[in-house]
Each structure stands twice: as structure tokens, then as C-alpha cells.
Design a protein around this ligand. Sequence first.
Ligand code: TXA
Ligand code: MG
Length: 322
Amino acid sequence: MLTLLLSSSDSDIAYAAKLLQEGETVAFPTETVYGLGACIFDEVAVKKIFVAKGRPSDNPLIAHVFAPEQAAEIARDIPTEYAVLSEAFFPGPLTVVLRRKSNVPAIVSGGLDTIAIRMPAHSAALKLIEQAGQPVVAPSANKSGRPSPTCAKHVLDDLNGEIAAVIDGGKCDVGIESTVVSLIDLERPPVILRPGSISAEEIAATLQCSVEYSKNKDAVASPGMRYRHYAPNAKVELVFPKQKIPEIGDYSVVLASSPPQEIPNSAEFRFLSAATLYAELRRADKKKASAIFILLTPDITAQTGLMNRLTQAACIVGEPHK
Ligand code: TXA
Ligand code: MG
């Protein structure tokens, strides 16, 4: 299959929407990372996403909507907390898990009785979803086990020839995936299933209630968190500012939010932020770095979503991907 590289022009988006309606998969930009989309009610198209990504079938997909009200097409028993959160954070990097309507194919939710909903803050994505005529399910548009793509080239590096098209919308502003919060059990506080750039504190302040982080025992509630997301060839080490960075191999990379005072001769400093992390991991691999050192300065450790991705890249949490 030839993968088309489309622009964000209205005519290209209209063409991409037509491809979705014909049962194809199309990658598109969002403010977090690029997603690989298919029409939610087209089971055959949704299957194509799992095949192209090499994604385990028990890992559910997020349904992307162009307006908060569109959730009513695919979710039931929607609590008022959804209206409060969507008013505060939609469009934006927040995904809300609700109860799934039975019209949604089970494959979308990996067999769960729930559906994750998100309205992305990206005009190309919103136009595409509206013109598709139904919610668009989309995981990150990478091969499973690779870092999420933050530009169209990353998508093509992983999926060229396996998807119908990618819409080029430039670099993603946020750079890490959305915060996922579950409103399924309202006898209990809402649960953060995946941290992101919208913090638990912001959600708690908006809902005026406490919010919990999911514990490991809840892993089944968010199957995606069970899988290790990225295993770079390079050894990834998290280092604190006072630790000395060792000389490893001919070329290594130091990711930090500002240039460190001292780095080994063989190491290259690269700027670290949530927006740059995934591109830097991909670059280090391409350049065959033997090690990636990540400097944990307080400005970095304060970012819960970013720290979650850093510990995953360092293989501290999660099982190897199958
Ligand atoms: O920012 C994002 O969320 C990006 C863009 C493309 O929107 N999407 C994304 O999708 O990161 P994906 O599939 O790579 O990650 C979705 C996460 C996984 O951890 C998955 O297990 C969880 O959301 N998830 C999806 N549906 C769920 C559900 N019904 N219940 C619990 N967790 C769910
Ligand atoms: Mg992903």
C-alpha cells in the first residue's frame, strides 16, 4: 500500500475523511502526539489499526470526538463530572473513561465495558473527525513498543506502506500523550490511569474532590500501562544533578533541561522537555548512541507526566512488550 503524505489544507482533510469513511486508516496530528485513526463503527477498519501497529488486542483505543456532546453517541450513563471536565479541559490533552454503549464494537475497548473519550486541541484533527461523521478511534501512530510520533516523519518511519495516509500538521506542541482519567466508579474518587500534562491536582481542583492515581493492582483498568512503551537500543539511565555522568561507548546523549556543567567528551547535550523527549529518543537510536543519560533536575521531576515516560523509557516499570 502506498501511504499518502497529505497537508492540513481543507481539501486534503476532506480527502482523508473520505479515506476513513471508505474503511482506511489515516494518521493525523493532535496537540499531544500523532494518532492513527479509523471510524469507530467500522470494525474491519479498527482491526487494521491493531495489525499496522502490532498492538495487543486487549489494549483499548481512545475515541476522538469533535465536540464534547459527541460522547453521547458512544457512552452511556454519562456523569455530570464529564460535563465539568470537558468544559474545563476540552479541547485539550485529557481523556475521560466512561461506560461504553453497546453499539460500539467490543474490539475498540479490548473487551472492556468502557470507552475512553478525548477532544484533541488541533484544528486538523477536529475537522477530520467532524467530516468522518462519527468518532474516530486513534492510538498513537507508532509501531507498538516505539516512542509515540510527534511529527509526520516519525509516523512514516514506523508505518510507511501500512496505512493509507498521514496528515502533516507539523510538530506536536505537548509531546506526551494525554492524561487518562476514569469516571467509571463514582463511589470512589476519579482515578488517573495515565499521567499527562494535565495534572491530578488540576483535575481535583476542577471537580472539587480528591483524585487518585491507579495502583498496580488496577493495571487491568488501563491495559496500556502494563506494556513497556519503548526499549531503545541505547542503555537509558536517569541521573541526578550531582552524579557524575560516565563515559560509555563512542557516542552517548545527555538529555537535560539546560546544559550540564560537565559531560564526558563522547557525549552530546540535547535539550529535554516533554515536547522534545520522543524525538530525542528516536534520534539517539538512529545515531546508534550507546547510552542516553537523562538529568533529573527539579524542573523535570516536578512534571509527573514526563517523569512517567522517562521511567518507562528507562525500563523501570512495565513488562517487556510481547
Ligand atoms: O494523547 C493521546 O492520548 C494520544 C492521541 C493520539 O490522542 N493517544 C494515545 O493512545 O496515546 P494510545 O492508544 O497510545 O494510549 C491510550 C491509553 C492506553 O494506555 C490505553 O490502555 C488507555 O489509554 N485506554 C484506552 N481506552 C481505555 C479504557 N476504556 N479504559 C481504560 N484505559 C483505556
Ligand atoms: Mg501509544
